[in-house]
Each structure stands twice: as structure tokens, then as C-alpha cells.
Design a protein around this ligand. Structure first.
Ligand SMILES: Nc1nc2c(c(=O)[nH]1)N[C@H]1C(S)=C(S)[C@@H](COP(=O)(O)O)O[C@H]1N2
Ligand SMILES: [Mo]
Length: 242
């Protein structure tokens, strides 16, 4: 059996928000006989915190391992065909193959990953390119205020202000947990926003559009905070005092 500390689930099964709908439809978490209880409660509480932004989810007991979340059955490209588009309010639009990303200066981080439902993986190894570096390469114009991230799944989106995007622990990641990012975890390339809840870390990253204002992302349109700081006020839009 794998060690819990490596951050992988033991059964490898994806957990989607569709479970929430199914379970609420059935009446209560308790009726899902035989399902891992913490997983079910986690999903139900996720829907609660979407409305209340309370910290109820923090009460859910759980191991130090990832759950796999996706609102779709994403279809990422093969690593060989992968391209990341950086466009919008930039002087030099970019189209980067995986090899192009790997050739840029890399940032390695060992940091927690925390979903707003309460599960948290304490020390995850990440590697990728600082998002601020990509912004410098592309040359954001004066009008640029925020970023809109799009996924190859065609549904999920995310947002960051320009100041948030330039934090040194926000990376376009191509390695995670000691290897290339797996398909389930959003490979070949996903975002990792270390100071914010997991929903900011969009999987199967397809495009970064530099835009004139914040366009709230998938879960943000459904009630989650746009400024998703872990352990800080959601009303704080700026960069942290470091
Ligand atoms: N494309 C896409 N990215 C996504 C999601 C998703 O549903 N689709 N879920 C988010 C949420 S809520 C979390 S907690 C993390 C989970 O990452 P993991 O599946 O690698 O554990 O991915 C985030 N990125
Ligand atoms: Mo999440």
C-alpha cells in the first residue's frame, strides 16, 4: 500500500461535485451505505460552504491525501500536443509547448494544498514556471488588471488579479508529487496558487487571458470567494504583507 504522506488517495477514485447532487437528492449523507463517510460529508459541506463561506468543512476528519475533483470528465491533450496560450491584453502573445515551459526558469515549491471542503495535503512538491515570469514574457499592457484562466475541459475557469498572479508562489506547474502531473491531477499542466484554496488551482490549463477586470471563475460564480486566501480575509484583494 502507498504511504499516506505521498499525497495520493489509496483507491484512486475521482470525487466530483456530482456526488453532492446525488447525495442531496437521496436526502442525506447517511443513506449512502458503504460509501466512505468523510468523503461524502466533505462533498456535502462543500456545497454548504459555497453558500456560507463558513469553516464547517474544517471539522471533517480526513487523511493527508488528495481527493480528485473535477466538474467534468476533462479531456486533456497528450503531453506531446500540449500548448498553453497566453493572450489578451499583452504585447507578445505566447503559445508554449510543454518543452517550452520546461526550458524556462523553474520554481520548485514544497507547500500545502487545501480544498475548501477541509481536506489538506501538508507538504506537496511542485515545480513549474512562476506565473509572473510568463506575464513578463508576454508583456501585460497598461489596461491589464486581471487574468482569466481556461481549462481544456471547456467548462472550468478561474481568476486572479494581476497583483495576486505575480506572487512568487503562484506557478504554472508541470510537476507535482515528484513526477509529471498525472491526467487526474490536471496534467500535463495546471495552475498552483499556493496561498489560496484548491479551487484556484485550475487543472488542464489551456489558456491565460489577460483582461481588464476580474471575471469570477466556475466556483466563484457559484458562491465561493474570488479572493480565496487560506487563513486570511476574503475581502483582502491585494498581495500579502510578507
Ligand atoms: N479543470 C478543473 N480544475 C479544478 C477543478 C475542477 O473541477 N476542474 N476543481 C478544483 C478544486 S475544487 C480542487 S480542490 C482542486 C483539486 O485538485 P486535485 O483533483 O488534483 O486533487 O482542483 C481544482 N481545479
Ligand atoms: Mo476544492
Amino acid at each position: 500500500m502507498k504511504a499516506v504522506a505521498d499525497g495520493e488517495r489509496r483507491d484512486g477514485k475521482p470525487v466530483g461535485r456530482r456526488v453532492v447532487v446525488a447525495m442531496l437528492g437521496a436526502g442525506a449523507a447517511g443513506v449512502v451505505a458503504g460509501a466512505p463517510v468523510a468523503r461524502g460529508i466533505g462533498n456535502v459541506l462543500h456545497s454548504l460552504s459555497a453558500r456560507t463561506e463558513s469553516n464547517l468543512a474544517g471539522l471533517v476528519p480526513g487523511g493527508d491525501y488528495f481527493q480528485l475533483y473535477t466538474v467534468t470528465n476533462g479531456f486533456p491533450p497528450e503531453p506531446a500536443d500540449y500548448r498553453l496560450q497566453v493572450g489578451g491584453l499583452v504585447r507578445r502573445p505566447l503559445s508554449l509547448a510543454l518543452g517550452d515551459l520546461e526550458a524556462l526558469p523553474s520554481t520548485a515549491l514544497v507547500k500545502p494544498f487545501q480544498c475548501v471542503t477541509g481536506w489538506r495535503v501538508p507538504a506537496v512538491h511542485w515545480e513549474g514556471v512562476a506565473l509572473g515570469h510568463l506575464l513578463d514574457e508576454a508583456g501585460a499592457t497598461k489596461e491589464a488588471k486581471a487574468l482569466l484562466f481556461r481549462s481544456f475541459d471547456g467548462v472550468y475557469t478561474e481568476s486572479l488579479t494581476l497583483a495576486q498572479a505575480r506572487l512568487s508562489d503562484v506557478i504554472v506547474a508541470y510537476r507535482m508529487l515528484g513526477g509529471p502531473i498525472t491526467r487526474e491531477h490536471g496534467g500535463p499542466v495546471r495552475l498552483y496558487v499556493a496561498p489560496m484554496y484548491g479551487y484556484k488551482s485550475i487543472k488542464w490549463l489551456k489558456a491565460i487571458d489577460v483582461v481588464d477586470k476580474v471575471y469570477p471563475g466556475y466556483w466563484e460564480q457559484r458562491g465561493y470567494a474570488v479572493n480565496a486566501w487560506v487563513g486570511r480575509s476574503n475581502s483582502d484583494v491585494g498581495a500579502p504583507i510578507s
